[in-house]
Write a protein that binds this ligand. Structure first.
Ligand code: SAH
Length: 248
């Protein structure tokens, strides 16, 4: 008897669940917009990769839970978009691992209305995450094809508050300076002097520092009394911030 009763319970539970699903589909309120099949993966990413590792700023977690990362990677890689790793985005470049995007964003301490510069637009994903936190995001990429593609995607996803330009990030964006936060998403051997100049007093600069092709140190500086003070670090691996003649 016991052997039979267990499957019976399971079958009746299954039937009850099916009935609920069938009823639910006919009676529930119409969804406001088409369901995003990647939503469960995105939620799992936030819980297992971000919260579990100590990302705690609710605004950052909400932004990471909202931006459709799968649209920022090549279509064939979309099923891998929420995995715990970087992915190629073309032109030999990569979109960073979700945790690194979240950490850089958290370290940048962005408040609504802050003016933010990103050096290294790439896919536009980090810029979209920043745009969830403030309406003034400026992003530069040295590779015109990446800048153009990212600008088009951000526009189509309604991230109109992001301004993208193609140019050399070592020079920053002097016309828009000063910035409350600057994020550099490619590795440099030292802080580009123009970026230091363009950071506002009290502003945050997050940048991977170290040699190309080796482990670098993601470093957060705060500008205090006109000087950069380092206050956080983490070992990372980024593609290099190239000089203009190398970016062709
Ligand atoms: N933040 C991006 C990933 C950046 S990958 C994202 O969310 O997808 C690093 C990017 O830095 C590449 O797109 C590369 O073209 C760009 N880059 C490299 N050197 C640069 C420079 N000197 N100025 C501006 N962008 C640069």
């Amino acid at each position: 008897m016991k052997l039979v009763s267990v499957p019976m319970v399971m079958i009746s539970r299954f039937l009850a669940l099916m009935a609920l699903l069938v009823l639910g589909s006919g009676l529930g309120p119409a969804p406001a917009q088409e369901a995003d099949p990647y939503q469960p993966l995105r939620e799992r990413m936030v819980t297992q990769q971000l919260k579990a590792r100590g990302i705690s700023d609710p605004r950052v977690l909400a932004a990471m839970g909202k931006v459709p990362r799968h649209l920022f990677v090549p279509e064939r890689l979309a099923p891998l978009a929420y995995g715990d790793h970087p992915l190629p985005i073309g032109s030999g470049q990569t979109i960073s691992q979700p945790y690194i995007v979240a950490l850089m964003t958290e370290w940048a301490e962005i408040k609504a209305g802050d003016k933010v510069l990103e050096v290294g637009t790439g896919s536009g994903y980090q810029a979209a995450v920043l745009a969830e936190l403030t309406d003034k995001v400026f992003s530069i990429d040295i590779r015109p094809e990446l800048a153009e593609k990212a600008a088009g995607l951000l526009q189509s996803l309604n991230y109109r508050q992001v301004k993208v330009k193609s140019g050399d990030g070592y020079q920053g964006w002097p016309q828009e300076a000063p910035f409350d936060a600057i994020l550099v998403t490619a590795a440099a051997s030292r802080v580009p002097p123009a970026l230091e100049t363009q950071l506002r007093e009290g502003g945050r600069l997050v940048i991977p520092l170290g040699p190309a092709g080796a482990v670098q140190t993601l470093t957060r500086f705060r500008k205090t009394q006109g000087k950069l003070q380092e206050d956080s670090r983490l070992p990372v691996a980024f593609v290099p911030l190239v000089q203009p003649e190398e970016g062709k």
